[in-house]
Design a protein around this ligand. Structure first.
Ligand SMILES: [Fe+2]
Ligand SMILES: [Fe+2]
Length: 271
């Protein structure tokens, strides 16, 4: 796979006055979630135990996710020298762990697992694209652009393997859609909330509701309608539906309305 290294990032171009401190808080949280790629790669190797080709692809994928974590962690330390990425990662994994012993997917089938992976990559691809566009700080922009390109490639990787497994397991459109929606809802579960807490409030007590609101308020603020439209196209494609037709227009309208409403409520609660 064509890839970049931490040496390709123009660290010397850092302009601290252009960095929004609110964005730095979600960047710190993202650096921990990305680092979890190592555990997810192990989980996936367990679920696809007899598929050596997929396992090899997944190990390469996991290494790229780890590198995303390292790049964001180094950036967070550059912007806030008191942030220790390794310490924060240790706090995160002490409280949130992927099931490393699993031999079957929590999604009920391998095709289902791959649908869920497509949704995660849709989310990260949209998020880093939105972050890159939301910031004027040149180094953060450069990092997020690189990561966004990787996430799109990851989506395509899992989509390719999904199509292979669909031919064997025959998971229908409704089944795929159900898993996709369930995985989207899980974005409000503990992983992001706890990462936000572990990255930003090392000495505080974890309050899940407070943490997810604090995270979501800052994350929702970076999205624009075109990110949602593109994300929905990717979700529809993974479910086997037409990506850019009428369903997309209706779903984008609803999702964008819901997101703006939620963002406004979160901003009001924080005021
Ligand atoms: Fe990533
Ligand atoms: Fe990814």
């Amino acid at each position: 796979m064509a890839h970049w290294t931490l040496d390709d990032i123009p660290w010397e171009r850092f302009e601290p006055q252009k960095l929004d401190p609110e964005l730095l808080r979600i960047v710190k949280a993202a650096s921990l979630v990305e680092q979890n790629g190592a555990d997810y790669a192990r989980y996936l190797c367990g679920v696809f135990a007899d598929d050596a080709g997929f396992q090899e692809a997944v190990r390469g994928w996991g290494n790229e996710e780890i590198q995303h974590g390292l790049a964001l962690g180094r950036y967070a330390h550059l912007a806030d020298p008191s942030f220790d990425h390794a310490d924060a990662c240790a706090r995160f994994t002490a409280g949130y762990r992927v099931d490393l012993e699993a031999t079957a997917s929590v999604r009920g089938s391998r095709a289902g697992e791959l649908v869920a992976r497509c949704i995660v990559e849709t989310g990260t691809s949209s998020y880093y694209t939105a972050l890159a566009e939301a910031t004027d700080e040149p180094v953060l922009k450069a990092i997020c652009q690189r990561i966004a390109a990787d996430e799109l490639r990851h989506y395509k990787l899992f989509l390719t393997h999904l199509r292979r497994y669909l031919a064997r397991e025959g998971l229908g459109m409704w089944g795929r859609l159900k898993i996709a929606l369930a995985r989207i809802r899980e974005s409000e579960d503990d992983e992001l909330a706890f990462a936000y807490h572990a990255a930003n409030d090392p000495r505080g007590v974890y309050d899940r509701t407070r943490a997810i609101r604090a995270y979501a308020r800052r994350a929702y603020a970076v999205y624009r309608r075109h990110h949602v439209e593109r994300g929905i196209a990717m979700v529809l494609k993974a479910a086997g539906l037409t990506p850019n037709g009428r369903v997309n227009r209706v779903a984008t309208g609803l999702a964008w309305w819901g997101m703006r409403k939620r963002a406004a409520r979160l901003a009001r609660e924080a005021a």
